[in-house]
Design a protein around this ligand. Structure first.
Ligand code: AHR
Length: 667
């Protein structure tokens, strides 16, 4: 059977594109039996004349076309293929660019425990601000919190009153929090506000979501308490339903009553979150749509820290949220309250149907390193973290997980020892201590080394090794062949971070995406040795771009995928599918790359042959596709489709204004 695929754009600009052709086929067993055949009718000629796919009989058109056209030969017999690992394509979630705090974690309050300013009081309460002037109130911090791990509390000394010589403004005085560049408050939605309060007298406090200028009230509630009720720290919980919308709203706590009030651990969360687990729904849907089979977390450099003292500590990130101290991530330069902690990361992976891949700190940061002779406490800490994830609910750390609402173990099967630390002095010594302890306690856990074993065999044991690449578009496209000659013995490869960056990428260009698609096709073809791959970084809050480009861009209310995100859509059916041989010959074959898979849809149970083609060149390429092992009788035109990612200009990017400028189009 022969297909003519004309890779033709509607304007003659450099014509990079990714396309995939999904042919609905009868069944895998039918495919095996069928011989080459021809289909005499056109499968579809597409709108705007952008791309044409026709299937011709050899006698009609193929003989003429194959003289000029580049040939793609696909052997669609399932028995000539190989199964792709179930885990080939996944995601890498790093707390970078406010991906978690102010991102997928739905907490609206930024610096909810007033801890971000450090332990020395009085401290900076940024981004909280004061409502009222110095004659009306004095706001400071002290160490009087009821939570021993996060001692800072806010103190409001209210000097004005409802009557007398110093009358408070009618809207009251107090404090407000702007969230992460504005809170997204939506009409009709409910928000749970929780905080802790203590006072020497009675309390009459107004809790409100308002527009950023404080003039438009969106939702409001009062907390009225006798002094006997609030003499000691007391938890207050309110449900606020919004009667208006504003994606730049603030949360305020105000009073018109004189007195001293202490406030701590102020949280505001929408009631509607992804699977009710606290994750921002729209952003999670973007992840679920690409069907990731694993999730590496929580970094990246975030795991290491500039200094070890600022690295992510799993133990401080679990348990009731109010008790978590939070920490300053000094690599990406911002505070996080650790609402998105180790437990939530495991939950996130589970909610996405992805295997968690936990990256542990191995006693090495960007600046300091623990000697291998003193590394055992770090090893013990990491062992405890594994017990927390997979231990029986009666085990010491498994019981902590169970108390947090997850008695069943999480399916933690992979642990990475460090991030990008291979070249560092103590890495191998530390690695071996972690490796031996992990294998001893958990022989089935697969261990990932930071050292690249693709050019030289590793000098230490590992189940997988980590491979990171950030480079130009043309280099990454060529790296589709990076693993063609890697020895097939030894550890598997985990390409846990890859992306085109620099001027080819901007903040997420089509050019970058097309090169990445070519690279991924190479990984798919080498998936006998490449077991996993994930793009990096995944998210960026547009108000805090620490790294460009990223797959998903968001602000408080909106989000969009960069072209690199849309490339992921072409590969989401590859996990566990059968990759069959496909070969490009003649013409501009060095600027084209292709792979083909047979996959079964979980939606309709049908089998599909998906042919993916990337054209990295700057001209139209007529492509004759010859499919052996498949007859016309086995194809169903209804259900077959062509999908394309392209745009007018190679440097085109998506934006909040035009989020779909470069996104996939189904024909
Ligand atoms: O993905 C961004 C950063 O790139 C990661 O934190 C780090 O591992 C790499 O250098």
């Amino acid at each position: 059977m022969v297909l003519l695929l004309l890779l033709r754009p509607f304007t003659v600009k450099p014509i990079l594109l990714v396309s995939s052709l999904d042919l609905k086929i009868l069944s895998v067993s039918a495919v095996e039996k069928l011989k080459m055949g021809f289909l005499g009718s056109c499968l579809g000629f597409l709108v705007f004349g952008v791309i044409g796919i026709c299937v011709f009989s050899e006698t009609e058109a193929f003989a003429a076309d194959k003289k000029q056209a580049t040939q793609l030969i696909v052997d669609a017999q399932a028995n000539s293929g190989r199964q792709i690992p179930e885990t080939l394509f996944g995601i890498f979630f790093e707390e970078i660019n406010h991906a978690g705090a102010g991102g997928i974690w739905s907490e609206l309050v930024n610096n909810r425990g007033f801890e971000a300013g450090g332990l020395n009081t009085p401290s900076n309460i940024d981004p909280w601000s004061v409502i009222g002037n110095e004659s009306q109130l004095i706001v400071s911090t002290d160490r009087s919190s009821c939570f021993p791990r996060n001692q800072i509390a806010l103190r409001m000394e209210v000097l004005c009153n409802i009557e007398g010589s110093n009358i408070c403004p009618s809207d009251g005085v107090g404090i407000y929090n702007p969230g992460f560049w504005g809170m997204n408050i939506e009409q009709g939605q409910s928000y749970k506000v929780v905080f802790y309060i203590r006072s020497t007298g009675s309390v009459n406090l107004t809790v409100a979501f308002t527009s950023s200028d404080g003039l438009r009230s969106l939702a409001t509630a009062n907390v009225i308490a006798d002094s006997s009720d609030v003499q000691k720290w007391t938890k207050k919980e309110l449900l606020l339903e919004s009667k208006g919308s504003d994606d730049n709203a603030i949360l305020s706590l105000t009073t018109t009553q004189m007195g001293s009030i202490w406030i701590d651990q102020v949280s505001a969360m929408p009631l509607d979150t992804y699977k009710g687990h606290g994750f921002r729904e729209g952003l999670l849907n973007m992840l679920a749509d690409i069907k990731p089979r694993f999730m590496r977390f929580p970094g990246g450099c975030y795991v290491e820290g500039e200094w070890l003292r600022n690295a992510f500590r799993w133990r401080a990130s679990i348990g009731p949220w109010e008790t978590r101290p939070g920490h300053f991530g000094d690599v990406w330069g911002y505070w996080t309250d650790d609402g998105l902690g180790y437990f939530e990361f495991l939950q996130l992976a589970e909610d996405l149907g992805a295997l968690p891949i936990w990256v542990v700190n191995n006693g090495i940061s960007h600046t300091d390193q623990v000697a291998s002779s003193s590394i055992l406490p770090f090893v013990k800490d990491a062992l405890d973290s594994i017990e927390f994830a997979i231990g029986d609910s009666k085990s010491k750390w498994g019981s902590v997980r169970a108390a947090m609402g997850h008695p069943e173990p999480f399916p933690l099967k992979y642990v990475a020892i460090g991030n990008e630390d291979c070249g560092k002095k103590n890495y191998k010594g530390n690695y071996m201590k972690f490796y031996s302890a992990f294998k001893n306690a958990y022989p089935d856990i697969k261990i990932i080394s930071n050292c690249d074993g693709s050019s030289h065999p590793l000098d230490h044991p590992a189940d997988l090794y980590d491979f990171h690449v950030y480079t130009s578009a043309s280099k990454l496209f060529k790296m589709a062949h990076q693993f063609d000659n890697t020895p097939r013995t030894g550890p598997k490869i985990f390409v846990s971070e890859y992306a085109v960056n620099g001027k080819d990428a901007g903040t997420g260009s089509l050019l970058a995406a097309i090169a990445e698609a070519g690279f991924l096709i190479g990984l798919e073809k080498n998936s006998d040795i490449v077991e996993m791959a994930s793009y990096a970084p995944l998210f960026v809050n547009s108000n805090d771009r620490r790294w460009n480009p990223d797959a998903i861009v968001f602000n408080s209310s909106h989000h969009y995928g960069t072209p690199s995100y849309w490339v992921q859509q072409f590969f989401k059916e590859s996990n566990g599918a059968t990759v069959v041989p496909s070969l490009i010959q003649g013409g501009s074959s060095n600027l084209l790359i292709s792979s083909s898979i047979i996959w079964q849809s979980s939606e309709d149970d049908n089998y599909y042959l998906r042919i993916k083609v990337v054209n990295f060149g700057d001209s139209v390429v007529p492509l004759n596709i010859t499919i052996t092992g498949l007859s016309s009788n086995s194809i169903r035109s209804s259900g077959s489709k062509m999908t394309v990612l392209t745009s007018n200009n190679v440097m085109d990017e998506n934006s909040f204004e035009n989020p779909s400028k470069c996104s996939i189009i189904d024909f």
